[in-house]
Unconditional design. Structure first.
Length: 82
């Protein structure tokens, strides 16, 4: 499963809704959601620096004790130059 980030007006839910659906409908845990996010990033073709930054942020999200169960907002992850 790889949540899609398509145009929600044309294709339905946005990325956050896809992760929320994965959490509720598939009962995915934080580590499982993080694995989905990492796999999606690594297969995305994004610049390596962007992927590494996002994967680091996902790891930090998992390491915070008492962290809310909402995955990090990918739109807040800055795009690095290739």
């Amino acid at each position: 499963m790889h949540p899609q980030r398509d145009d929600p007006l044309l294709f339905g839910p946005g990325l956050l809704q896809e992760y929320e659906t994965a959490r509720t409908a598939l009962a995915l845990t934080d580590p499982q959601l993080a694995a989905v996010a990492r796999t999606s990033l690594e297969a995305s073709g994004a610049p390596r620096a962007t992927v590494e930054d996002a994967v680091t942020r996902i790891g930090a999200w998992l390491d915070i004790p008492g962290q809310a169960t909402t995955p990090p907002n990918p739109t807040s992850m800055s795009a690095a130059a290739p």
